[in-house]
Design a protein around this ligand. Structure first.
Ligand SMILES: [Zn+2]
Length: 74
C-alpha cells in the first residue's frame, strides 16, 4: 500500500467511535490525507454502501483534524 506521496502506508488500527479496532492504511506523514480500509470483504461493501462512504469521509476529516492538532504540539 502506497499513499499519494509515494510513501509506504503502514497498517494502523482505528480508534474512532464509528469503527473501533478496525484496521486501515493511511499516509505515514498525514500529508496527502490518503486513507484505505484494510480487509477485502469489508472494503467491498464499502464501495457500494453510501453510509460507509460517510464513515470513510468522516474518518478522513478526523485524521485531518488530528493532523492539525498534532501540528500545534510539534
Ligand atoms: Zn502521503
Amino acid at each position: 500500500m502506497f499513499c499519494e506521496c509515494g510513501l509506504r502506508a503502514p497498517l494502523q488500527v482505528s480508534n474512532s467511535i464509528a469503527n473501533p479496532g478496525r484496521k486501515y492504511y493511511a499516509c505515514p506523514v498525514r500529508r496527502c490525507g490518503w486513507f484505505r480500509w484494510a480487509g477485502p470483504s469489508i472494503q467491498h461493501s464499502e464501495v457500494t454502501d453510501d453510509r460507509s462512504c460517510h464513515f470513510n469521509c468522516n474518518l478522513k476529516l478526523i485524521e485531518r483534524v488530528e493532523n492539525s492538532i498534532m501540528m500545534l504540539y510539534l
